[in-house]
Design a protein around this ligand. Structure first.
Ligand code: ADP
Ligand code: SF4
Length: 719
């Protein structure tokens, strides 16, 4: 038995196969989205712009990034932008890994990305950034720079303050920005973004009364606070000299105390319009801009952008997690936006524009708004996506979001379990042309995703299932059987050559997790539930207005969602977690603050830094994770969200009968997804894709993916 590992190969891009599908046609309904738009000296081929997005690859993995961007260009976006690019060592946001343009030595990596974007048929854009008081400068060890003496604004609250920039600092900054523009042009970029958004840029810091406490000509009035932005825009235009367009990325709403107000934005747009070729409007923080579907719907921010276009003679770009072409058309027709910006929808489906143009709207792999992509950047690891398992793997493993090698044999596969891992395996094997039998024990297809999508605010996640079922429905050689619980005898009797087991995992009911290595004492009279019970009758039998303790030792979304669900049903909920905040890992998906707010407003009593140590009938004992001091708390029921166990009975049963496999024509049995090791939905989808990609390949000892090596500088023993 082999698991998620198995066959490996040095990655080469697959041959172009079965994409685009034959017979696709231009769809006239959305023609307005395919009109060109002039951006100063350049012209877009349509209205789709992949706006800057981080990807956790940056300066460490530039070739992987180049391939990722090229494939998006191939998918029809007219402009493809880099993430923010640090322009100078005083803008060093270590530990995060973005691109750098500190000196000429960085040009080749940036040029490779531009070249790849051009190769894909798009204009190459670069977002130049000086991060000001958001740069802790942990590598360069320079003092952070800002409009005033204030603590840095980094996520880690690094123990360092930004220094108030003097006039000569400002002059130097302008020089660094000019140099970066020159390097960007040398690297081949057609569009230069000037970044003044998200509280991540010194230009935002100067614009904002929250940070700008100056009394000179760079502080005070709105005009003074936007002076530095005006100077940098003018410098950028001059350096671009008509060879590249200038786009200003500007904050439109920051509702924090002293944040940039609507008046500031309107004033800046009206006054600086002549200095830019287009505007890209963003919100005050990345967290407020990239909200998850749990907290906002598609295009929910439109009221914040509406009306700004009327102040400008230049095209306006904006995002809204757009996946519906009708919504996009409405944005253009109603005069809110000229260009449809997308980061996450372009990650989930790099071919979104192409599919709209060619009448394949139903095939769009719609972003579910989960921010797993963001977690790549936040954990300094290459980007991954729940919906698009090829994201970040384009160069590393040679995966493509739409193309996959045709089958190389007449093998046929039994896929057991129709959760995200099984559905992706069946769908991708089907795309390769293999005969597939997909067997699911339950009536419903979709596994944990179908269940979790029923929880509060998670309905959008259902798209993971819907996309794969849509694909599978188009493959006559993929048969789907519901209510078919597979046992070892069924496998051995099946007319297939290979078996992949994707039977998922179940939540533990004994309290074992991160905090407890051994089961906690549980009174037989206690009411103990797990998240799995929330989809069945047990949760309805709880009665009304009960006191429920949710013990969250998982730390991702589910503990918080469970608390929200139960509070919404009128129970008195106390969320006990050993972490300092509820759903602590969601700091990486930018949701952590919104989750605390929602739980508190829902009346959930969050008890951080505590663990449930025993469960009695009508009460639990909890302890402080620091002092160990215990207390008894009343509880009519406890929900344990601690850890999961793989559903591996089928795997174990087949392993025990390994000697019978060949006699029944079975070549291989593999286990993937949560049944192999419980993890995220993204990991399960990825495991399904990996199985399909590597199917029918000879195992190899080669490293399973390509990586870029650091170029060694000459070594010297001095000092
Ligand atoms: P993953 O995240 O790895 O895809 P899920 O738990 O979401 O895992 O899905 C596993 C699916 O497998 C569930 O829908 C479950 O009903 C199904 N399943 C579990 N055991 C069997 C079995 N023996 N035969 C068929 N289906 C099974
Ligand atoms: Fe959308 Fe989630 Fe993919 Fe990010 S990871 S692009 S939010 S589906």
């Amino acid at each position: 038995m082999t698991g998620d590992g198995g066959a490996t190969r040095a990655a080469e891009p697959p041959p172009r196969h079965s994409w685009p599908p034959a017979g696709t046609v231009h769809d006239r309904r959305f023609d307005v989205l395919f009109e060109p738009v002039r951006l100063g000296p350049v012209q877009t081929k349509n209205r789709f712009v992949q706006v800057p997005h981080c990807n956790g690859m940056g300066y460490r993995d530039p070739t992987a990034q180049a391939q990722m961007r090229r494939i998006k260009a191939e998918g029809g976006w007219s402009v493809i932008c880099t993430e923010q690019v640090e322009i100078h060592p005083t803008s060093d946001i270590t530990p995060f890994i973005e691109l750098r343009l500190w000196d000429d030595g960085d040009i080749p990596a940036l040029a490779r990305i531009a070249e790849a974007i051009h190769d894909g048929g798009a204009l190459a854009a670069i977002e130049l950034a000086h991060n000001g008081m958001n740069a802790p400068n942990l590598t360069s060890r320079e003092a952070p720079l800002g409009p005033h003496h204030l603590p840095v604004t980094t996520w880690a609250n690094d123990p360092v303050q930004a220094r108030m920039m003097s006039k000569s600092d400002i002059a130097e900054l302008r020089g660094w920005h000019r140099a970066a523009v020159r390097r960007a042009i040398r690297a081949g970029y057609d569009v230069v973004y000037v970044y003044a958004g998200h509280t991540l840029s010194v230009l935002h810091h100067f614009l904002s009364p929250r940070f700008n406490h100056r009394s000179d000509e760079y502080g005070g009035s709105s005009e003074n606070r936007s002076r530095l932005l005006a100077e940098i825009l003018a410098d950028t235009r001059e350096e671009c000299e008509g060879r590249a367009a200038v786009v200003c990325r500007l904050t439109v709403a920051d509702d924090r105390e002293g944040g940039i107000g609507r008046g500031d934005t309107e004033d800046a747009v009206a006054r600086l319009d002549h200095l830019t070729d287009a505007w890209d409007f963003v919100l005050g923080t990345w967290e407020s801009d990239s909200t998850t579907s749990r907290f906002s719907a598609e295009n929910e921010r439109e009221p914040l952008i509406a009306g700004l276009k009327a102040l400008s003679a230049k095209p306006v770009i904006g995002v809204g997690r757009f996946t519906s072409p009708d919504t996009m058309v409405a944005q253009v027709r109603s005069g809110v936006l000229d260009l449809i910006g997308a980061a996450r929808p372009s990650i989930a489906d790099p071919f979104l524009p192409w599919k709209i143009e060619h009448g394949l709207v139903d095939d769009i792999r719609e972003c579910i708004g989960c921010n797993i992509c963001v977690s790549g950047d936040m954990t300094m690891s290459p980007i991954r996506c729940t919906q698009n398992p090829s994201m970040g793997e384009e160069w590393r493993r040679g995966w493509h979001p739409e193309r996959i090698r045709p089958k190389t044999s007449d093998a046929s596969v039994l896929v057991v379990g129709a959760g995200p891992a099984g559905l992706e395996a069946a769908s991708s094997l089907g795309r390769r042309g293999y005969r597939v039998v997909l067997a699911e024990a339950g009536r419903t297809l979709g596994g944990r995703v179908a269940r979790e999508a029923m929880l509060p605010s998670l309905a959008t996640w259902r798209r993971v299932v819907d996309h794969r079922l849509f694909r599978i429905s188009g493959y006559p050689h993929v048969e789907v059987y519901r209510e078919s619980e597979i046992e070892p005898d069924d496998v051995l009797g099946a007319d297939v050559t290979d078996v992949v087991v994707a039977t998922g995992a179940t939540w533990r009911a004994d309290g074992v997790g991160r905090w407890h290595a051994a089961p906690v004492p549980i009174d037989p009279g206690a009411v103990v539930l797990t998240p799995d019970d929330l989809f069945g009758p047990a949760v309805d039998h709880l009665g009304r207005e009960r006191r429920i303790v949710v013990f969250d030792d998982d730390h991702y979304y589910l503990g918080g969602v469970v608390a929200e669900l139960l509070a919404g049903r009128g129970h008195r909920v106390r969320l006990v977690t050993p972490a300092p905040l509820a759903s602590a890992w969601t700091a990486h998906t930018l949701e952590i603050d919104a989750i605390q707010r929602r739980l508190l407003l829902a009346g959930v009593d969050v008890a951080p830094s505590r663990a449930v140590v025993a469960v009695g009938a009508g009460a639990v004992r909890t302890c402080c994770v620091f002092t160990g001091r215990e207390q008894t708390e009343e509880a009519d029921a406890v929900v344990l969200v601690t850890a999961r166990l793989p559903v591996d009975g089928l795997v174990a049963g087949l392993e025990a009968r390994r000697s019978e496999w060949s006699g029944h024509g079975i070549r291989s049995v593999r286990c993937i997804g949560d049944a192999w090791a419980p993890g995220t939905i993204a990991a399960a989808v990825w495991a399904g894709r990996r199985y399909a990609e590597e199917f029918d390949e000879q195992p190899s000892d080669a490293e399973p993916f390509r990586r870029e090596y650091t170029a060694l500088a000459p070594y010297s023993r001095v000092p």
